[in-house]
Design a protein around this ligand. Structure first.
Ligand code: ADP
Length: 254
């Protein structure tokens, strides 16, 4: 009998030999050293490592916000990739309502108002904020504000979603609820995601692969495939296999 071979995926993004050094008065501070990896379409990749291992620097370089000192980032088949970003703080505009915040990126592109509102409403539903369209940012909890930030990052249908510790400022219970929400949103939207996190559980709950960076300068220490079935539920975090993967990550981080 012929063996069925897995379809080979072409990566959407390749990172080659990336190094980043920041100028200081001591010959330069090296944040990243020769980091290489690939990301396939619709893949969810988490990046984990100790504080100062260059995770945010890596994300900023991929986003095109910071030039690398060495190496390159290539988006295959995409001339001008659309990128959505979410940070630890939601950074909502306090003088705009929930729906106005979500619409902002498309408003800047001059899109028709009706189409804009329809897209924003669709995303409000996706992130579970129906009924809060006209609320002000100050009236939202931390978790709700991050949902708005995720919706805002998705509104221009990005090729790549970059998440920099998006749940880092939330309390533990809200954070865990947001993992389930993000997992659902990712499955519904089929986006390619790179998530920077401090949390081993968060990375395993959400990602297809976890990249571990070493303490400064950040080098790629481990590229771990997360072979846990989807959709993932809370109980999965208490299984032996989850524990085994968590231990592998912990050992690599230490
Ligand atoms: P992480 O996200 O893993 O905590 P960062 O990428 O924020 O790490 O930072 C990596 C290292 O680079 C740290 O030592 C940090 O102080 C330094 N660094 C980050 N951004 C800058 C900058 N703009 N100028 C100088 N040093 C920086």
């Amino acid at each position: 009998m012929m063996e069925k071979s897995m379809p080979v995926q072409t990566p959407i993004l390749t990172v080659r030999d990336l190094s980043a050094t920041f100028p200081d008065n001591n010959g330069g501070l090296q944040a990243l050293e020769r980091v290489s990896f690939e990301v396939c379409p619709r893949e969810f990749v988490a990046v984990i490592g100790p504080s100062g291992s260059g995770k945010s620097t890596l994300l900023r370089i991929v986003a095109g916000l910071l030039p690398p000192t060495r190496g390159e980032v290539n988006f295959l088949h995409l001339q001008q990739p659309k990128i959505g970003m979410v940070f630890q703080q939601s950074n909502l505009m306090p003088w705009r309502t929930v729906i106005q915040n979500i619409q902002l990126p498309l408003e800047l592109e001059g899109l028709d108002q009706n189409l804009l509102e329809a897209k924003a409403r669709e995303l409000i539903e996706l992130v579970g904020l129906q009924g809060f369209e006209r609320n002000w940012p100050r009236e939202l909890s931390g978790g709700m504000a991050q949902r708005v930030a995720i919706a805002r990052a998705l509104i221009h249908d990005p090729d790549l979603l970059l998440l920099d510790e998006p749940f880092g400022s939330l309390d533990a219970l809200t954070r865990e609820r947001m993992w389930t929400e993000l997992s659902r949103i990712w499955q519904a939207r089929q986006k390619t995601v790179i998530l920077v996190t401090h949390s081993i559980s968060e990375s395993l709950f959400l990602a297809d692969r976890v990249l571990v960076l070493t303490a400064r300068p950040g080098r790629l220490k481990l590229d771990l495939k997360v072979d846990l079935p989807r959709p993932r539920a809370d109980e999965m975090r208490y299984t032996a296999h989850f524990g085994k993967l968590a231990r592998k990550l912990k050992e690599a981080i230490e």
